[in-house]
Design a protein around this ligand. Structure first.
Ligand code: GTP
Ligand code: SPV
Ligand code: MN
Length: 607
């Protein structure tokens, strides 16, 4: 007996079962016993390797099919009625046409498998933004990850009642099992992947991939692509942002949100361990935030997720001790390397690799072997509650008031360490201009500079120009708007020989301290503010000495280079922005065209 009397849900589950023809249907209750049973089943079928009970208790390693290792942006679609509403940055197909293709693919696609019914909630229970989803999936790997990443099972199902609205999330790895055939450890169908969104009917259909954002449908598909459309319609924001709580030596508290493209530093900023004495940082969320205007005209942010699906490579005791403490137990690792004593390893975890490993493809590996031992997009899935740096208010249903919004990408050149927007409209311009060198989080080339506005290029569920207009509309939506200040940061500027000029990680607190002071916070113990700024053509920049560098072995010339605004480079940036904006035709908000013209003018004046 299904554990609900929700008619629409029951009807849909039946309809999908008729189409996909699974051998059986299992309603997930989200209990610990269920999680343990499914993990054991994944061990039995070879998807999981149980890690050493001494070294990594309650933890597992999954190795994916080498063809299924990251998000597939080329196979991700926004299927709204009008192509123009998807905009030039999204793949589009008419809903009827996409539905036809998908129905053909899903027909019989779960044969020989179990279809799991996974009810889940995004946002803390009782939040005005709480959104329910139900994922139907034939992947037990997806179920155990969803159990960590969302509030999953009995509780959200009960909260939905008999007629609560939910987002229909349909997922199949696209690998039906003929009777008697042996399964593979990571079934998938890489040649036929679709990650399709129907924003108007609030539906997601994903086929062929079992990995990350392609398959854990609460995350990028629901909490960003679909939620961004709901937010547009209802007047709130769904963003690819980290949220961090910062306390200064003076005891002032500020919450900051940071939009950085995939694998550009959100998780690390969320878990920052400040190197400056007296500063404290705590975590609200690491990847997605939902924000709405409060009655006081401020933007309030909450983390809709319950776990982290974080990048493993580069995570070490030096760079992110909080992440390492979080993944000590009860963690699912995907595509890391396996040590001889049953633990995990990845590039950057230790300065010298172990003498022998099993690499992410399941092959013997030793130092000097070609290729990394862990896939560059290897990840850990772990409950946020295990993270020692969580701020208690990460569970606040109302969210936390944001003082600063940071935009940041990987820019080897041009973009200085930090600068501040002149005002809200200029801040929206900065977000719209965000660009970054591509990473392994998505399939395709790595290190290629591309515009990634608001770090939402692959995640915005509607026309990006309309999304900018939505951001521009915020001040008019509040009686007395009191919106965050906006900053552009760049931890990744490079010097001679391609080395990073800025030490990054815990040292980022030095930039945060300047931002904090710019937002009116008292930084020093005695209550002083250290936020000196000079006006440059691109925005407010720290005045000399305003970024504290005491205790940092940073040559003066490096700091100068980090803060340098090269007028010639910025003129090129303007031409590239003109090209970027041209793609949006007359949907581009006039204010942004005006901002770009004003920037060009300021650069002209600068000589
Ligand atoms: P997604 O989960 O893909 O959205 O990524 P993210 O934005 O959360 O990025 P994350 O914090 O996981 O960092 C990605 C990679 O960048 C890791 O290898 C980090 O070690 C590295 N990284 C993060 N912050 C810094 C920094 O301040 N400086 C440098 N040089 N590298 C950093
Ligand atoms: C990202 O790519 O921004 C991620 C990982 O956070 S995934 O969930 O796969 O989208
Ligand atoms: Mn992300």
């Amino acid at each position: 007996m299904p554990p609900t009397e929700h008619k629409a849900l029951l009807h849909w589950v039946e309809e999908v079962a008729r189409l996909a023809q699974p051998d059986r249907v299992h309603w997930c209750d989200g209990s610990e016993a269920e999680q343990a049973r499914l993990c054991q089943e994944l061990v039995d079928r070879g998807t999981f390797t149980a890690l050493s009970a001494d070294r990594r208790p309650g933890s597992f390693l999954a190795r994916s099919d080498p063809r299924d290792v990251a998000r597939l942006e080329g196979r991700t679609f926004i299927c709204c009625e009008e192509e123009a509403d998807a905009g030039p940055t999204n793949n589009w197909l008419a809903p009827a046409e996409m539905r036809e293709r998908l129905v053909r693919l899903f027909a019989g696609s779960m044969r020989g498998r179990t279809m799991y019914v996974v009810p889940f909630a995004m946002a803390p229970a009782g939040s005005p933004l709480e959104t329910w989803g139900v994922e139907l999936t034939d992947s037990p790997y997806v179920v155990v990850n969803m159990a960590i990443m969302t509030r999953m099972g009995k509780a959200p199902l009960a909260a939905m009642g008999t007629d609560g609205d939910f987002v229909r999330c349909l997922h199949s790895v696209g690998a039906p099992l003929p009777e008697g055939a042996a399964d593979v450890p990571w079934p998938c169908n890489p040649g036929n992947v679709y990650v399709a969104h129907f924003p108007e009917s609030r539906e997601i259909w994903s086929y062929g991939s079992g990995y990350g954002g392609n398959a854990l449908l609460g995350k990028k598909c629901l909490a960003l692509r679909v939620a961004s459309v709901i937010g547009r319609d209802e007047g709130w924001l769904a963003e690819h942002m980290t949220v961090v709580k910062v306390t200064s030596p003076a005891g002032d508290v500020q919450y900051m949100a940071g939009a950085f493209p995939s694998a550009c530093g959100k998780t690390n900023l969320a878990m920052l361990v400040p190197t400056l004495a007296g500063w404290k940082a705590e975590t609200i969320g690491d990847d997605i935030c939902w924000m709405r205007l409060g009655p006081d005209g401020r933007l309030y942010a909450l983390n809709p997720e319950a776990g982290f699906f974080g990048v493993a490579p580069g995570t070490s005791q030096l760079t992110n001790p909080n992440a390492l403490a979080t993944v000590r137990h009860g963690t699912i690792f995907t595509n890391t390397a396996l040590t001889d004593d049953g633990d995990v390893w990845w590039e950057g975890l230790t300065s010298t690799p172990p003498e022998h490993l099993i690499d992410w493809k399941g092959e013997d590996w030793w130092p000097g072997r070609p290729g990394p031992a862990a896939h560059p997009n290897a990840r850990f899935t772990v409950a946020a509650a295990q993270c020692p740096s969580m701020a208690p208010e990460w569970l606040s249903p109302e969210g936390v008031p944001i003082s600063a919004i940071l935009f940041g990408g990987r820019r080897s050149t041009t973009v200085p360490l930090v600068h501040e927007a002149f005002d809200w409209e200029h801040g929206v311009y900065l977000g719209s201009s965000l660009a970054s060198e591509t990473t392994a989080a998505a399939a395709g080339d790595v290190g290629v500079l591309r515009r990634d506005p608001f770090a939402m290029l692959p995640f915005c569920g509607y026309n990006m120009a309309d999304y900018w207009a939505h951001w521009l509309s915020l001040p008019a939506r509040a009686e007395r708007p009191n919106l965050p200040k906006v900053f552009l940061v760049n931890w990744f500027r490079k010097g001679a020989g391609g080395r990073y000029l800025w030490p990054g990680f815990g040292e980022n607190i030095r930039v945060i301290a300047w931002v904090f002071a710019r937002c009116g916070g008292r930084t020093g113990e005695a209550g002083e503010r250290v936020g000196g700024a000079v006006r440059t053509p691109i925005g407010w920049a720290p005045s000399p000495g305003a970024i504290p560098t005491d205790g940092l072995e940073l040559p003066d010339e490096d700091m100068e280079e980090l803060l340098r605004v090269d007028v010639a480079e910025w003129r090129q940036e303007v031409s590239s922005m003109q090209e970027h904006y041209r793609r949006f035709g007359d949907r581009l908000p006039q204010q942004l065209a005006g901002q770009l013209a004003a920037l060009a003018e300021r650069l002209e004046q600068a000589g």
